[in-house]
Design a protein around this ligand. Structure first.
Ligand code: FCB
Length: 461
């Protein structure tokens, strides 16, 4: 019997990308006038990051960016999603520009353009200047104003060359991992403060969008990237449905509704009422937060299955969801322990497309960590990663076929890198990094991805 292979072709112009973030790859933490960010402080605090790892050197991309751009060109990427380190550009988060910092991003952008790769720029991927945290961080409204100033600075320099701008990456993580569970910088565990932070992040997005619009050429596109949850009930009980509602509220609608529907969901306000009266939402804020955007970025890794029950003790990143438990799923999972199930991506895309006015979408992150090892012939056999990527791309293809305006896909990540509180213990790259020598080695998935890009499609059995 022969197996039939079908080629799933993507539309012409589909964006094939890879993503990274400044603190995870750049290193050069004190080079050329860069100031400290909350992640420098956090990673240098004993016990916060596995192995005591820090982003001081990371994948040394600050120094090796030209080689890395050459690698991207060899892969055939049509776009590269990177983030700008705010404390490189404004070391204290306010005031004068550090010329060397912004010059660096100009060299990166020009290098990408010379190689035919479209730069896709994220302004904030979690590395808040420490001085702003000391002044109240995302709990302070002023941080949103400072973000808009930063957006203006970067857009004034690069707006003529960068076609797609993302204000924030995953504000859920900034607010709730940073200020509620404390597993991310700045490591605080204050549920009321985390809700305040969520609002100020959204306000920063709105003010940042206005700032970008004022500077970018009319063709410039503005977006935000959310890590949306595909939430499924863990049982058929009414309690499970209630848990789904709550987690969908605090994971998805708390961001989607003010961004795209003009206000916070009533049930989320009610669920969190015992923590805060939401008086930090001032008149006019919701108009700013709802400033129209051109595209929504979605990061997806794994589905979320919930029920009602007694959660583990300790600070939770889910304020207002006190009796919700996260139900582990059988079946294959990644090195993060995250269940592998592309069904979740299907659900997230279907939902956002159907309920939020058909806003254009981009998958700005998708990928998997596995315990990759260099083999004796010097390569890395990561068949599991290839299978993961193929399955999720098949869902992207299907969504496009059913009429969703889904414009591109960015694999997370181009390179192995500093995986936040897991340090260097988790490898998400399609390119392996030896942190001793900083040598890059293509994993099998990188070879595979190059062929996918070349064919503008995936083969499926
Ligand atoms: C996302 C982050 C990204 C990376 C992946 C694995 O939440 O945006 O920086 O850590 O997870």
């Amino acid at each position: 019997m022969t197996t039939q292979v079908t080629r799933l072709r993507f539309p012409d112009g589909f964006v094939w990308g890879a993503a990274t973030a400044a603190y995870q790859i750049e290193g050069a933490a004190t080079t050329d006038g860069r100031g400290p960010s909350i992640w420098d402080t956090f990673s240098h605090t004993p016990g916060k990051v596995d192995g005591g790892d820090t982003g001081d050197v990371a994948a040394d991309h600050y120094r090796q960016f030209r080689e890395d751009v050459a690698l991207m060109a060899e892969l055939g990427l049509s776009a590269y999603r990177f983030s700008v380190s705010w404390p490189r550009v404004q070391p204290g988060g306010r005031g004068p520009v550090n010329a060397k910092g912004i010059d660096y991003y100009e060299r990166l952008v020009d290098g990408l353009l010379e190689s035919g790769i479209t730069p896709t720029l994220t302004l904030y991927h979690w590395d808040l200047p420490q001085e702003l945290e000391d002044a109240g961080g995302w709990g302070s409204r002023d941080t949103a104003e400072r973000f808009a100033e930063f957006a203006t600075i970067v857009a004034a320099r690069l707006g003529d060359r960068v076609p797609l701008w993302t204000t924030l990456n995953e504000p859920w993580c900034s607010a709730f991992l940073g200020y509620a569970s404390g597993v991310h910088a700045p490591g605080l565990t204050d549920p009321a403060l985390s809700l305040r932070a969520a609002h100020h992040l959204l306000l920063a997005h709105g003010l940042g969008t206005q700032a970008l619009r004022a500077v970018l050429p009319p063709s410039g596109q503005v977006s935000i990237t959310l890590n949306l949850c595909a939430v499924f009930p863990g049982s058929a009980s009414p309690g499970a449905a209630e848990a789904v509602r709550r987690v969908d509220g605090l994971g998805n609608r708390i961001f989607l509704d003010p961004l795209l529907r003009g206000g916070y969901p009533f049930d989320v306000l009610r669920d969190t009422r015992q923590l805060t009266d939401w008086s930090f939402v001032l008149p006019g804020d919701l108009e700013i937060v709802g400033e129209p955007i051109d595209l929504l970025g979605i990061n997806y890794y794994t589905p979320t299955v919930v029920d009602l029950g007694t959660p583990e003790a300790g600070p939770s990143p889910w304020p207002g969801c006190d009796d919700v438990v996260f139900v582990p799923q059988p079946g294959p999972s990644t090195a993060m322990g995250w269940t592998i199930d592309a069904q979740g991506l299907r659900e997230v895309v279907r939902r956002v497309h159907g309920e939020y006015g058909g806003i254009p979408l981009m998958i700005t992150e998708n990928g998997a960590a596995f315990d990759d090892r260099l083999n004796s012939d010097g390569g890395v056999n990561d068949a599991e990663r290839i299978a993961y990527l193929r399955d999720h791309l098949a869902v992207v293809h299907e969504a496009i076929g059913s009429g969703v305006d889904l414009r591109g896909y960015f694999v997370w990540s181009l390179l192995d890198n500093f995986e936040w509180s897991y340090g260097y213990s988790k490898r998400f790259g399609i390119v392996h990094v030896d942190y001793e020598t900083q040598r890059r080695v293509w994993k099998d998935s990188a070879h595979w991805y190059r062929e996918v890009i070349r064919a503008n499609g995936i083969d499926q059995e």
